[in-house]
Design a protein around this ligand. Structure first.
Ligand code: ASP
Length: 348
């Protein structure tokens, strides 16, 4: 009888504990975190080989910090991330965030396009509940794979009450970044994700979360962008500007149906004369032009070395070309007026 009572007490404690743990859903999309290589010490590997259950089971410690379940959204290298997967992912996140039995979401993703996916999601997901992307630089089979601790930390962030209302975040290598600010800065280093302009939102060390900042611009529950009923996004091309860059690639993009062009410009978003002329052609066809910079940090201002007012161009302000493209695509769903698009760049 005494034994039975102890078993009941233990069972009760386990159940109560499970009930108290935050409920986190892991949505897997692929990437190196789900990659595998034939040996533990080689650079060559294939992304997106391992399913979500294997990722979760590789980190049994998750059970101590959250009630976790997984769903497979895709299993690709993020160099092949697509609008179709973005829309599927964003719609599923919004569905899950609307459920009482979901407290937070973790998305496992490749590092190559994670900064774009994160920014897209922070503009179109609609909740204060935490949404956290994570990744790895080393495949799951590598010596000192970084994926398991990143997943553990991401789940800790997604299940933390302080994470609410901080927009979509990226957790990698003990840092918590805001989706808008984070950039991949190294092709190979584990310490690749940085927020060069404003710094990270905080740190997470073996699951211990410490915030020092909030996102600086509107996001998630405050955002006016939505994927409801959306089946496609307008075409926006990024054109690289360099010494003696000609304008014909810009004209080709326009003729191929681009609705917007983002320039990865020089310095403060500067352009060669040939490119300015081609961009005037783009404007004459109603294409919205956003000047960004190939320089990793800084501010692209209006009317600095060229007359944006006269040319009808938009300045990207703090957004790097890949993120400027994301915002322009969503803005184009609402307007093609450069003044209104410029307003979006000030707000988001
Ligand atoms: N190519 C991989 C990807 O983005 C790289 C990575 O995940 O680190 O999916």
């Amino acid at each position: 009888m005494k034994r039975l009572t102890s078993v009941i007490v233990i069972l009760f404690a386990v159940c109560a504990n499970a009930k108290d743990l935050p409920k986190v859903v892991i949505l897997a999309t692929g990437g190196t975190i789900a990659g595998s290589a034939p040996t533990e010490v080689q650079a060559g590997y294939q992304s997106g080989q391992v399913g979500v259950d294997i990722l979760i089971n590789a980190v049994p410690q998750l059970k101590e910090i959250a009630d976790v379940r997984g769903e497979q959204i895709s299993n690709i290298g993020s160099q092949n991330m697509s609008d179709e997967i973005w829309l599927k992912l964003a719609k599923r996140i919004n569905e899950l965030l609307g459920q009482d039995d979901v407290d937070g979401i973790v998305i496992t993703h490749g590092t190559d396009t994670m900064e774009e996916t994160a920014y897209f999601l922070t503009l179109v997901t609609k909740s204060k509940k935490p949404v956290v992307l994570t990744c790895s630089m080393r495949p799951s089979t590598a010596l000192s794979a970084d994926g398991p601790l990143n997943i553990f930390n991401a789940v800790a962030v997604a299940g933390n009450k302080d994470s609410e209302g901080r927009g979509v975040m990226v957790v990698a290598n003990d840092r918590i970044h805001s989706a808008r600010e984070v950039v991949k800065t190294s092709t190979t280093a584990v310490e690749t994700f940085m927020s060069p302009l404003v710094g990270s939102l905080g740190t997470v060390n073996y699951g211990v979360v410490n915030y020092v900042d909030l996102p600086h611009k509107k996001n998630t529950y405050e955002s006016e962008f939505s994927v409801d009923g959306l089946t496609s996004l307008p075409r926006v091309d990024i054109i690289a500007i360099y010494e003696d860059a000609p304008g014909d690639l810009i004209k080709a993009a326009v003729d191929l149906g681009a609705k917007g062009i983002v320039t990865s410009g020089l310095g403060n978003g500067n352009l060669t004369d040939a490119c300015i002329e081609a961009l005037q052609y783009a404007r004459s066809k109603g294409v919205v032009v956003v000047r960004a910079s190939r320089v990793l940090t800084g501010f692209v201002g209006r009317n600095v070395e060229l007359d944006d007012d006269k040319l009808g161009f938009v300045a990207s302000y703090e957004l790097i070309p890949s993120k400027a493209r994301v915002l322009l695509r969503l803005a184009l769903l609402k307007t093609s007026d450069p003044t209104s698009v410029q307003e979006y760049f000030a707000t988001y």
